[in-house]
Design a protein around this ligand. Structure first.
Ligand SMILES: Nc1ncnc2c1ncn2[C@@H]1O[C@H](COP(=O)(O)OP(=O)(O)OP(=O)(O)O)[C@@H](O)[C@H]1O
Ligand SMILES: [Mg+2]
Length: 251
């Protein structure tokens, strides 16, 4: 089943065509990699798919439904979650508070700040805390739940952002460079987590420059260059594709 699909997706920034009629899809159960040189349009594609940026042309579909032009929280509610290339957490709040905030928009209730502590709100908060704790345990940072998020190491930040994206129990998670600037031990951990979650049924769409990560993790890879899809296939096919080699190393 196709979870996410772009059809002739196009994005112009003034004179620049950041995405040029891109057709791609991610099936349920896959770990698809999105690669390409700097500035090739990868983050822009995530932004257009998740409603962060309006598209110039083409469509985005999620589980067969046209979601083009929907707001970010409407898209998130449908089961599409993401991380950002630049970490977005609240440093002055605790790790647990960040986890709880990440789910608010999905539940459509202001759990933390609600004045009316109805039984329903209390139950939702309890469930959210339990899920947050389970995820923190999953990536082994549960001992940091009451620390200020600003005090975490860079690698721990990345893990926190990763599990924040998992809080609403999405169908698909879009990760924008989960391994960037992360040390090898942490990269290995992150990869193990992704593999395990994939076995549990989560689908991933991952932007990543680290080719070892892409080659080992991804079941399929899509390559962008100057906003155009130039290749698509199994990791080993992509590695030996002349157009891809040219895009990365050509002059
Ligand atoms: N908000 C914006 N306004 C204007 N131009 C933008 C904007 N966002 C991206 N661009 C431009 O669109 C092109 C694609 O950028 P994008 O960030 O999608 O690339 P990328 O493939 O994610 O690159 P990187 O690997 O460096 O993260 C670049 O030329 C970039 O400068
Ligand atoms: Mg990017």
């Amino acid at each position: 089943m196709r979870l996410l699909e772009t059809i002739e997706l196009t994005k112009n920034f003034f004179g620049l065509t950041a995405l040029d009629k891109v057709n791609l899809h991610v099936n349920k159960g896959e770990i698809v990699g999105l690669i390409g040189p700097n500035g090739s349009g990868k983050t822009t594609l995530f932004n257009c798919a998740t409603g962060v940026l309006p598209v110039t042309g083409g469509r985005v579909k999620f589980m067969g439904e046209d979601i083009t032009g929907l707001k970010t929280h409407e898209i998130a509610l449908k089961g599409l979650s993401r991380t950002f290339q630049i970490i977005r957490i609240f440093p002055k709040m605790t790790v647990m508070e960040n986890m709880l905030l990440s789910i608010q928009q999905h539940q459509g209730e202001r759990i933390l700040s609600s004045i009316f502590r109805t039984p329903r709100i209390r139950r939702l908060e309890k469930e959210a805390r339990e899920r947050a704790l389970k995820l923190l345990e999953f990536v082994n940072i549960d001992h940091l739940k009451d620390s200020l998020a600003g005090n975490l190491s860079f690698g721990q930040h990345k893990l926190l952002e990763f599990i924040m994206a998992l809080m609403p129990d999405p169908e698909i998670v879009l990760l924008d460079e989960p391994a960037a600037a992360v040390n090898p031990t942490m990269i290995k951990k992150m990869m193990d987590h992704i593999v395990q979650l994939n076995k549990e049924g989560y689908t991933f769409f991952i932007i990543e420059h680290n080719m070892d990560v892409v080659m080992e993790l991804c079941t399929r890879v899509v390559v962008l260059n100057y906003g155009e899809k130039i290749a698509e296939g199994k990791p080993e096919e992509i590695k030996n594709n002349d157009d891809v080699i040219e895009a990365y190393f050509g002059t």
